[in-house]
Design a protein around this ligand. Structure first.
Ligand SMILES: [Zn+2]
Length: 224
């Protein structure tokens, strides 16, 4: 389950994601997580960061003093977490929700005027069916920027080390396995009408030959 909403007050917006993992959830940077030891593709931290960034952009147009923060709630009663993320996301468990709400700074109630302004701005940036975008064509592959970009700041200025990649701009790291899986997912999404595009050679080219095909195949095999 993946429910997202925004708690809005006059001076503070909280972008909230609810996670319902029924077990031991581990996340250590990058774009995979483990649930009870089993690794899976998980871009929720990156998307949360991205979403908050966009909301922050919108609130800035209204009033730069509005604070925007991210909150992830692990709601399942059997959930316990080990999370290491460099994103500025507050993480709480189900039993912390009451405490969190009680400790929110006194919020200024929304006036009718402010509500109208907020609604207007949010509507302006509303996107219908954001997941329904057109697939790229195989001939578009050559025009894609090649290289490995940082999942945190999106810079292509990254360095491949023995078992991880590191961003030279923001210093975020990601395991090599996560990097490969992230690119697998990207090819899948970008060429969703051309599943044949998903092959080692294209992944190798997309990552600008920085991770050898043998390694790419190894990580894909481990995560099938
Ligand atoms: Zn970076």
């Amino acid at each position: 389950m993946n429910a997202e909403f925004i708690l809005i007050s006059a001076d503070h917006w909280i972008v909230i994601a609810i996670k319902n993992y029924p077990g031991h959830y581990e996340h250590d940077q990058g774009i995979t997580s483990k649930l009870d030891g089993k690794e899976f593709f998980d871009s929720s931290f990156y998307y949360m960061y991205n979403r908050t960034y966009k909301i922050d952009y919108i609130t800035h147009l209204i009033n730069p003093d509005i604070k925007v923060t991210s909150l992830m709630i692990f709601i399942n009663e059997h959930s316990f977490t080990d999370i290491n993320t460099s994103y500025d996301i507050e993480i709480i468990q189900r039993n912390g929700v009451k405490h969190f709400i009680e400790n929110l700074a006194p919020v200024t109630p929304l006036s009718e005027d402010l509500l109208a302004i907020f609604t207007d701005k949010l509507n302006k940036y509303h996107v219908e069916n954001p997941e329904k975008f057109e697939s790229l064509q195989p001939s578009d592959f050559d025009s894609l920027q090649k290289g490995i970009y940082c999942p945190h700041c999106l810079s292509f200025n990254t360095e491949v080390r023995r078992s991880y990649i590191q961003c030279k701009d923001c210093e975020a790291t990601e395991t090599k396995a996560a990097t490969v899986l992230r690119h697998v997912n990207e090819l899948k999404v970008l060429f969703h009408q051309h599943p044949k595009m998903l092959k080692t050679k294209n992944l190798y080219d997309l990552m600008n030959h920085q991770i050898p095909p043998r390694t790419i195949r190894k990580y894909i095999k481990q995560n099938q």
